[in-house]
Design a protein around this ligand. Structure first.
Ligand code: PA5
Length: 446
């Protein structure tokens, strides 16, 4: 058993024939993806990645992870977007959101290079004081400003602390042949890992981009790949009736046609929160183009039922929800009977807390659907490496096929360049002088 799509709460919002009517579009999109005839077809390396990955590099990742565990109290992972979110998501969902606070034999893992916040950077630097540190810098282009600037800082920190030995503590994940980071790594003698040419950032978690930090956290990357492989095999069928990823894709597509503007990914476990951030990037960057795309958002319940619950229940009917129903939590907690029952909570006692959490979910599903919010459900047996590998591939495939149904290129991100150009111009990067003047004039500056 792995991830399945349950549409039973969608009755009354969407009929089966609406999904059946999309079957030919799903089939065409599936064929385009597998024949490599669609837009962005030079970025399809992720499709067969769970079977066709570089086995030699995979073993090297496991060795490097072991070395990091032995040499470092702290691993600083530098990257942004697709070079950041997947690793963090998998570590937090499988280990814990509080991974760094738990007793463990693996290093603390801090993520930086995903902002230009000086305060955040100083905090990470202070957390490295007196500790043995290793750095994994991840950038496919090798030129992303946020990551490159942070790497300049941590490279110096390691060189000041370890001199020549710094190079044995720096691991670079970047392009196979080209780019500033690749050149620097070769010159300095860093161990390098590859972001394959045909795998875009947000589809790269199952390459060295995600796997090295994930393995350093003590997570079984063989089982992660095994789960992804199971999904690759299970989701080969082009039929919308039997392929759950495609039923999910068709449902999202139909929701947009019905005028919904946003999908809320709902979970009832805080460990899933960063996985939802990864989903947001996957869908936001893949589908948000040409004026199209559902806005991907997320909530963690019960927490957000007490902040956003009101507007979801009674506010504008712009959204639908997709619940991630984790059938068996990583750990359970037995609620004991209290003879005094001063808090009046004995109606909850003598059962596992997961039963209460599942009931909160049922209550919410009923309340939201009765309140006019369509709710789809993704049912997951539990959380472990295998199931998360499966889920990653499931979302990637559903997202890509829906992208082709929408008539967009799911594998580029031209819109991200706009802020970069302005940033370079305003910061005075050579080559951007003219735009800098134009922008300053617009801003009313000299
Ligand atoms: O999905 C993407 O392609 C982006 O989010 C990139 O991963 C992100 O911009 C980082 O790019 P790079 O790895 O080149 O530093």
């Amino acid at each position: 058993m792995a991830l399945t799509f349950n549409n039973s709460y969608l009755k009354g919002f969407m009929s089966d024939h609406e999904i059946d009517a999309l079957a030919p579009f799903i089939k065409t999109s599936h064929d385009m993806l597998h024949a490599g005839t669609g837009l962005g077809n030079d970025f399809l390396g992720w499709v067969n990645l769970p079977t066709d990955y570089d086995k030699e590099e995979f073993e090297r990742i496991k060795k490097a992870a072991k070395k990091i565990q032995e040499q470092a109290d702290v691993l600083v992972v530098l990257g942004i977007g697709g070079s950041y979110l997947g690793a963090r998501a998998v570590i937090e969902v499988i280990k814990s959101q509080m991974y760094n606070n738990l007793a463990k034999k693996t290093p603390q893992i801090y993520f930086a290079g995903n902002s230009v916040s000086p305060s955040y950077l100083q905090e990470i630097i202070s957390l490295c004081k007196g500790k043995d540190v290793a750095v994994n810098v991840i950038s496919k282009s090798g030129t992303t400003t946020e990551t490159a600037l942070a790497f300049r800082v941590f490279k110096k920190l390691l060189e000041d602390k370890y001199g020549e030995g710094a190079k044995d503590r720096i691991y670079a994940t970047t392009d196979r042949k080209k780019g500033t980071l690749k050149e620097l790594s070769d010159k300095m003698g860093y161990e390098t890992f590859v972001v394959p040419d045909d795998v875009g950032g947000r589809f790269s978690v199952l390459t060295a981009v995600g796997l090295l930090p994930i393995a350093a956290a003590g997570i079984d990357i063989d089982a992660l790949m095994e789960g992804a492989r199971a999904a690759q095999n299970a989701l080969m069928d082009p039929s919308v009736e039997t392929n759950d990823a495609y039923r999910y894709a068709a449902t999202r597509f139909a929701m947009k046609q019905k005028g919904k503007a946003m999908e809320l990914l709902v979970s009832f476990d805080p460990c899933f929160a960063t996985m939802a951030e990864w989903y947001k990037q996957l869908y936001g960057e893949s589908q948000g183009k040409d004026g199209k795309g559902l806005f991907p958002s997320s909530v963690t319940f019960s927490t957000d039922l007490h902040s956003l619950g009101q507007i979801i229940q009674d506010g504008s009917k712009m959204l639908f929800e997709t619940f991630v129903d984790i059938k068996k939590p990583k750990q359970d907690f037995f609620i004991e009977n209290d003879p005094d029952n001063m808090d009046g909570l004995n109606f909850l006692s003598n059962q596992e807390m997961s039963i209460v959490n599942a009931t909160v979910m049922q209550a919410t599903l009923l309340a939201h659907s009765e309140g006019g919010v369509p709710c789809a459900v993704l049912e997951m047996p539990t959380i472990n490496e295998y199931e998360i590998g499966y889920l990653i591939y499931f979302f990637e495939k559903a997202c890509a096929v829906e992208g082709y149904m929408m008539g967009i290129n799911p594998f580029d991100q031209p819109g991200v360049e706009s802020y970069k150009k302005n940033m370079f111009a305003l910061l005075g990067k050579p080559g951007y002088e003219k735009l800098g003047e134009e922008l300053k004039a617009k801003m009313g500056k000299e």
